[in-house]
Design a protein around this ligand. Structure first.
Ligand SMILES: Nc1ncnc2c1ncn2[C@@H]1O[C@H](COP(=O)(O)OP(=O)(O)OP(=O)(O)O)[C@@H](O)[C@H]1O
Length: 267
């Protein structure tokens, strides 16, 4: 039996007030089942990061329901929300900004393992196991983030997300700041983790090739709406929505979507 770990229903988000009010997410619905990777694609400004922030609790929607393991966030108390939120961890886009430069990697992981008594010495074995999961040596724990390359830092950021023991990982453009060979290395780590830990993942990217590589299913965003959500092979073989067709057609010659369409994508 499949377990639905995450469900969004009728989610609306706006930013600003009065004449500056901007409606960013419109009636967004999504489902994510245990062990599956859902790729979320769409042009810059279509609302992908905002959706990621809603999922991890950084942005509160004006309307709609967010269910974690079937439990509606709206009905839960503060403590319960905090506990449920720990089950969903975000891997941010920028590995340079996401790690504290003054903390050793070991201390950064220890803090995630145990926010109250997070010192590396107390969690040596767990830290070594986490680093091994992202193909890094245990001695990385004693060094500071600046000692590592972009790809290694992103793997450390993945290890830190895993340290909390999440059920769902939200990966927001985790490879977009990296060059191609390093992208492949980080994607390889995520694929291995998915297989070995049965991780459930929301994988956000504007890069269709990358999404195709890691996802079981794909949701397409345009102008703050999910316009199509299908099994990966189906969406690539027979896209239904005009925007999805346009997105797929924009890949082979590498032209930006804006140029092909001749108009700006609604923001
Ligand atoms: N805090 C905010 N205040 C006002 N507007 C915002 C805020 N956050 C996002 N927006 C706007 O919401 C729209 C969607 O942004 P979002 O970052 O979610 O898109 P995206 O698809 O992730 O784009 P990108 O791939 O460039 O990150 C954009 O027009 C953006 O300017």
């Amino acid at each position: 039996m499949t377990t639905r770990v995450l469900e969004l229903d009728g989610v609306d988000v706006s930013f600003g007030f009065g004449s500056r009010r901007k409606h960013v997410l419109h009636d967004v619905g999504l489902t994510l089942d245990e062990g599956r990777t859902l790729g979320l694609v769409g042009e810059s400004g279509s609302g992908k990061s905002t959706l990621a922030k809603v999922v991890v609790g950084l942005v509160r929607p004006a309307a709609g329901r967010i269910l974690i393991d079937g439990e509606d966030m709206a009905g839960a108390g503060r403590e319960r929300i905090a506990r449920l939120r720990r089950r969903i961890q975000l891997i941010p886009q920028d590995p340079y900004a996401s790690l504290n430069p003054r903390m050793t990697v070991g201390d950064a992981l220890a803090e995630a393992i145990d926010p109250l008594r997070g010192r590396a010495e107390a969690h040596r074995d767990t830290i070594a196991a986490l680093l091994a999961k992202v193909s890094m040596d245990a001695d990385a724990a004693d060094r500071y983030p600046h000692a590592f390359s972009g790809g290694q830092r992103q793997r450390i950021a993945i290890a830190r997300a895993l340290a909390v023991g999440p059920e769902v990982i939200v990966a927001d453009e985790v490879t977009s700041a990296l060059d191609c060979s390093v992208q492949a290395e980080v994607l390889g780590v995520l694929r291995d983790l998915r297989a070995s830990m049965r991780l459930t993942m929301l994988f956000i990217s504007h890069d269709l090739a990358v999404v195709r590589h890691v996802s079981d299913e794909v949701a397409v965003m345009s102008g703050g709406r999910i316009v199509e959500h299908e099994q990966r092979d189906r969406i690539f073989a027979s896209p239904q929505h005009d925007y999805t067709k346009l997105l797929l057609a924009s890949v082979p010659d590498g032209k930006p979507l804006r140029e092909r369409r001749g108009t700006a994508v609604s923001k």
